[in-house]
Design a protein around this ligand. Structure first.
Ligand code: AKG
Length: 312
């Protein structure tokens, strides 16, 4: 019964009726693309099936031109610049030592303070969600040069949508963020993962599949999770994960593990397959933080739940 209620589109649409300010971002695009949607309407990839893949997007300069115009890019070491310039080929970029020790220590202290004062608590087993809404310091880390660089990678202005802090490894199975934070046209999001301490093979490093962003975007239709007019899909999330595991084997892409040093940043593309390795040594922490950004030029929503994304 509860699971049926959770799947009922009407119930969250009713909730969203009261969220106009946070949902209005999709309206100009709905209008431009001729989609008859209200700000609170359910939305999923099925709604875009008859539209050209880049419908509604303005033309953008090349990645090299966009980065060359970005002040934050000019200040970076050559290796980080090269990594960003290769983003469209690889689906990721590594910015070694992007945050200094003092900045990382301050973020860790901030998280300790927020937890101690119960301003944030664990959700979904091991995640501290949206700490940036409670902490100027954490917000600044995501809003500063990182957001500018992400905007240059996306080719559009970017909004910091979500932060997640981890004290232990996520141990998340491989996925593409586009099933959770989805856009039309595809590809209008990116994430920046920050190592808040040195990461070893024993404390659950991030893993990723180079070039996997060029695979198709696997969405609800790819694991029979489209649902009906009134209900979202009824598939367990593990079915999505199993589909992705199979697709990666079929594609023959080799997994890489990111053994980050404190302060390193790993940026991933909307469709880069990634996840968290097992955290073997539970005596060690795995402090990290990830910022998820949406493009402001795209329709932003959540494919699994078929909800428009609440911004801000
Ligand atoms: O930090 C990790 O281990 C993975 C995080 C992740 O997959 C995500 O935030 O999308």
């Amino acid at each position: 019964m509860f699971s049926l209620l959770r799947r009922l589109k009407l119930s969250y649409s009713l909730y969203n009726v009261f969220q106009r300010r946070k949902l209005a971002h999709n309206l100009p695009l709905y209008q431009r693309l001729g989609l008859s949607k209200r700000y609170f309407s359910p939305i999923s990839s099925r709604d875009f099936a008859n539209l050209p893949p880049t419908a509604g997007l303005p033309p953008v300069p090349t990645l090299a031109e966009r980065l060359a115009r970005c002040a934050a890019f000019k200040d970076l070491p050559v290796a980080s610049q090269a990594s960003l310039l290769a983003f469209e080929d690889n689906g990721f970029a590594v910015l070694s030592g992007f945050f200094g020790t003092e900045a990382v220590d301050a973020i860790n202290q901030e998280l300790t303070r927020l937890v101690a004062s119960q301003q944030i608590a664990l959700r979904y087993r091991n995640k501290f969600m949206f700490a940036f809404r409670q902490s100027v310091r954490i917000r600044e880390a995501g809003e500063g040069h990182l957001r500018t660089l992400i905007a240059a990678l996306l080719g559009h202005e970017a909004t910091l949508f979500q932060s997640i802090n981890f004290l232990m490894g996520s141990e998340q199975r491989t996925h593409s963020d586009s099933i959770h934070m989805s856009t039309f046209p595809l590809g209008g999001m990116a994430a920046a993962w920050v190592a808040l301490e040195d990461i070893t093979p024993h404390n659950g490093p991030l893993h990723y599949y180079p070039g996997s962003h060029k695979l198709p975007y696997y969405l609800n239709a790819d694991y029979a999770n489209e649902g009906t007019t009134w209900l979202t899909g009824d598939k367990e999330y593990t079915e999505y994960e199993t589909t992705i595991a199979r697709k990666i084997v079929e594609a023959g892409i080799e997994k890489q593990v990111f053994l980050a040093r404190k302060g390193d940043v790993f940026i991933w593309h909307a469709n880069l397959m990634h996840g968290g390795e097992p955290h073997h040594d539970k005596a060690q922490t795995r402090k990290s933080m990830v910022f998820h950004y949406f493009s402001r030029a795209h329709i932003c929503y959540h494919e699994i739940t078929q909800r428009p994304a609440l911004m801000g």
